[in-house]
Design a protein around this ligand. Sequence first.
Ligand SMILES: [Ca+2]
Length: 100
Amino acid sequence: MAADRSTTPGPYVARALTVDSGNAGDIGLLTINVEAPIGPLQCDVDGSGIVDRTDIGLIIVARNQPAEPGDPQDNDGDGVITVLDARQCVLLCTNARCAP
Ligand SMILES: [Ca+2]
């Protein structure tokens, strides 16, 4: 089965051929329902789907600049990108030590 990388919500049907040790096979169908993607991940500045040191670095580079509402760099939503936002985002890193 080829991997379907679609992110369009809706039902998808996968067809699989299963073969047992005696070479008896059967084709099965599996329906997968893809939900609508959730909103952007908090602190995921580069939109990679994870929070890592790249995101923290981008926040630090942008510190002391104003932020628009919803800007992932402004984690506390006070309208300014600060080192406090970076510190908060470190706590939200996907992997240990904010590894990519
Ligand atoms: Ca802020």
